[in-house]
Design a protein around this ligand. Structure first.
Ligand code: F6P
Length: 326
């Protein structure tokens, strides 16, 4: 295999707190191994359009605590086509980039896998998404921060819920996964947690509401993952109002505040460790894998697996949450 001297790094898909810490770690690890690191702007689009610049230690100074991504991110339709990927490869060759670190979620890792296999480019993926739904790591970069953001918001909402005897339906992110909903729901003592991985039966929901009313005049918090089969918070609100017309129900959709903000210490440490291991992995000859942390051990999982499987949610924890909410 050709030796690696120049490593490209990019962030793609939805941004996640801790991406900057990961970029910083990739750059610092590269310098440690006397390699050059080039930052690709706007994800795969930057490879196609040659939006590339060298990253020095100075460029990643003072970013470990910042949310978002200094490299910017984008969803890139052109990279889904063979012509787009060919242009990206041509740019890499022209720039002398030998290997790529791609930081992002499912879509990013899918693109990285196809690109690496198609052109024989060494690629390593880093799990960067608030959704925590990637197979091959216990935690993704950004998830812990997002959960803490939700907890802070819901604690505040609960004050109003209690003061006004109101029921709040709070919608959190998670198009396909309920990790944010489950963890934040447990941490805030939510009366009900609705996630796509566990079917909610309407009568069960009504039962828990009726039970809740008996001890707190109808105040409460329902956390719904945006991808729940019920159809999100507005749909849940409609159903509740129909069945319990006297309930004072409000909806709060937390939206993109969950994606921004300073990364938690957990996410900074995770991103730093994984970023370093991505570079070390590439130099050790690893490719077509995602670097993750499982049971506190660094694991390299083939990208085929990370994109084919989902990280299973802890359904037992969901059942425990139901009991604790009684
Ligand atoms: O980052 C993942 C995610 O937050 C999903 O949970 C959500 O559905 C999606 O991104 C929204 O992304 P965008 O705002 O980029 O369309």
């Amino acid at each position: 295999m050709k030796s690696i001297n120049k490593i490209g790094v990019l962030t793609s898909g939805g941004d996640a707190p801790g991406m900057n810490a990961a970029i910083r770690a990739v750059v610092k690890a590269g310098l440690h191994y006397e390699k050059e690191v080039l930052g690709v702007q706007k994800g795969f689009l930057g490879l196609i359009d040659d939006l590339i610049r060298p990253l020095s230690s100075q460029d990643v100074y003072n970013i470990i605590h910042r949310g978002g991504t200094i490299l910017k991110s984008a969803r890139c339709d052109a990279f889904r086509t063979k012509e787009g990927r060919q242009k990206a490869f041509d740019t890499m060759k022209a720039r002398g980039i030998d290997a790529l670190v791609a930081i992002g979620g499912d879509g990013t890792l899918t693109g990285a896998r196809i690109f690496g296999a198609e052109f024989g480019v060494p690629v390593i993926g880093l799990p960067g998404t608030i959704d925590n739904d990637l197979y091959g790591t216990d935690y993704t970069i950004g998830y812990d921060t997002a959960v803490n953001t939700v907890v802070t918001a819901v604690d505040k909402i609960r004050d109003t819920a209690h003061s006004h005897d109101r029921l709040f339906v709070v919608e959190v992110m998670g198009r396909d996964a309920g990790f944010i909903a489950l963890r934040s729901g447990i941490a805030t003592g939510a009366e009900k947690i609705m996630i796509p991985e566990a079917k909610t039966f309407i009568e069960d929901l009504f039962d828990s509401l009726a039970r809740g009313k008996s001890h707190d005049e109808g105040a409460g918090i329902i956390i719904v993952a945006e991808g729940d089969d019920f159809g999100g918070a507005l749909e849940v609100e409609k159903k509740i109002k129909k069945r319990f017309p006297d309930y004072d129900v409000r909806v709060s959709i937390l939206g993109h505040i969950q994606r921004g903000g300073a990364p938690s210490a957990f996410d900074r440490v995770l991103a730093s460790g994984l970023g370093f291991q991505a570079v070390k992995g590439l130099l050790d000859g690893k490719s077509g894998v995602m670097v993750g942390s499982i049971n506190r051990k660094i694991e390299f999982t083939p990208l085929e697996k990370t994109v084919k499987y989902n990280q299973p949610i802890n359904v037992e924890l969901h059942s425990i949450a139901e009991i604790l909410a009684l």
